[in-house]
Design a protein around this ligand. Structure first.
Ligand code: ADE
Length: 214
């Protein structure tokens, strides 16, 4: 699975997604992550990407041309890599559909997700109309930009991609996958602050353990 992230902060995204399980998944080739700096596609000599909104109002908007140019460059790069898979283009926005596990599972079936991270007060509507297939929110609160939501999405989707987790079963055993929440878990030491590990877990009786966990 391939992720292309259009952002003003590619270094931040590269750094976070280069760590831990998602970093290892990139190294093993289970997923590919490419970041694209929208600013590189500005047509302005000062590399500006924002401008004041028509009709007045507070704050600045991200202008359409750099995003449009960046998007077309991503499509060209995919074509050059002979990448022909099914793709969605996602704009991270608090006005979007709130991400749930089921939605993450559907998105994990695509070959390519192109994520657009906004900043300032938003993005010129015309480029959104042209390129975006899905508007996704990670919750009913407002953040300063789309990078954290994009990384949350990529993390939740990647762990559903075969080969990303050590054991392909382990994504299915966890909270939400069966509409159940994960059970409490324990490791050594057997006693911590006078609290003992539930006896059934030490019994070696697999059926009783399964029932207890359920
Ligand atoms: N951008 C700002 N806030 C957001 C949110 N809650 N979800 C997705 N994108 C956002």
């Amino acid at each position: 699975m391939r992720f292309d992230i259009m952002t003003l902060f590619p270094e931040t995204v590269d750094y976070i997604l280069g760590q831990s399980i998602i970093g290892r998944a990139q190294k093993s080739g289970a997923i590919q992550v490419f970041t694209h700096n929208i600013r590189d596609y500005s047509e302005d000599k000062h590399r500006r990407v924002d401008d004041t909104p028509y009709g007045g109002g507070k704050g600045m908007l991200m202008a359409a041309p750099p995003i449009w140019n960046c998007y077309n460059a991503v499509l060209r790069m995919q074509a050059e890599a002979c990448f022909t898979g099914m793709r969605r283009v996602i704009y991270l926005s608090p006005a979007g559909r709130v991400l749930r596990q089921e939605h993450a599972r559907t998105l994990a079936t695509y070959d390519s997700l192109i994520l657009l991270c906004g900043h300032y007060e938003g993005i010129d509507e015309r480029v959104l109309e042209e390129i975006v297939t899905d508007y996704v929110s990670i919750g009913d609160y407002v953040l300063t930009g789309g990078e954290l939501p994009a990384m949350v999405m990529i993390d939740s989707i990647s762990r559903l991609v075969p080969g990303v987790l050590h054991n392909d079963d382990s994504a299915g055993d966890e909270s939400f996958e069966n509409g159940l929440l994960e059970y409490p878990q324990y490791t050594r030491p057997p006693v911590f602050l006078d609290k003992e590990v539930p006896e059934v877990l030490l019994s070696g009786h697999h059926e009783n353990i399964r029932k207890w966990r359920h």
